[in-house]
Design a protein around this ligand. Structure first.
Ligand code: DX5
Ligand code: ZN
Length: 216
């Protein structure tokens, strides 16, 4: 499988959201990455269901929803109803991760687990065979446009090894600070999905930047 590009809507122009969604529809991008922040799990608030439903109305590609919220289990059904195709919860926010994953999958969504930069991939050993996606945070979650954390490369390689060892089909997603200088090294280390916010929406030519990120 060729790698996937998931532009992060957090960096879109919310005054022209429909325009930016349609830009992604017409691009080489694969998914929409959608960041939900609650002001408790992370020190920022992004947006909730009304905005997500508006995105769903125009989006013609899968919605990859990244929950940076405490107690995500409370909202699993609501995110399904709002159109999530992939629903990712943070390992640091789930006391009963196995149950959270099973609930997401039972509703017909792909289940993802996100790890903060300081969280060891070894915590995934007993759950990795059950998850569809692992999101490695390459910045501290909460904001777009932050600097990429270099330790991520070795984390990706180690995670790839663990996935193979455990016979898991999980995709490795990298979220935060992905740009045209580091994306190839991330792919070489084993990344499958690259999230890009500022790199795409801060570019003079977002369509061309997405096409570049698709090149190996
Ligand atoms: C950060 C979010 C990211 C963010 C990425 O908390 O999870 O998805 O939007 O933005 P960039 O690519 O600008 O770092
Ligand atoms: Zn994200």
């Amino acid at each position: 499988m060729s790698h996937l590009i998931a532009p992060s809507v957090l960096s879109a122009d919310f005054g022209n959201l429909q325009r930016d969604i349609e830009l992604i529809n017409s691009s080489d991008a694969d998914w929409f990455h959608i960041d939900i922040m609650d002001g408790a799990f992370v020190p920022n608030i992004s947006f909730g269901f009304p905005v997500l439903k508006s995105i769903q109305k125009y989006a013609k590609k899968p919605l990859d929803v990244h929950l940076m919220i405490v107690d995500p289990d409370r909202y699993t059904q609501l995110f399904k109803d709002a159109g999530a195709d992939v629903l990712t919860v943070h390992i640091e926010a789930c006391a009963h991760l196995h149950r959270s994953i099973q609930n997401i999958k039972a509703l017909g969504m792909k289940a993802g687990v996100a790890l903060n930069p300081h969280t060891s991939i070894h915590l995934l050993e007993d759950i990795i065979a059950d998850v569809d996606l692992i999101c490695l945070m390459s910045v501290n979650p909460g904001f777009g446009g932050q600097k990429f954390i270099e330790n991520t490369y070795s984390k990706v390689s180690a995670l790839k090894k663990l996935i193979i060892e455990k016979n898991s089909n999980a995709l490795i997603e990298i979220d935060g600070g992905v740009d045209l200088n580091n994306y190839k090294k991330l792919l070489a280390a084993g990344a499958d999905v690259l999230v890009a916010g500022n790199t795409v929406f801060g570019s003079n030519n977002p369509l061309q930047t997405i096409t570049q990120l698709k090149q190996i």
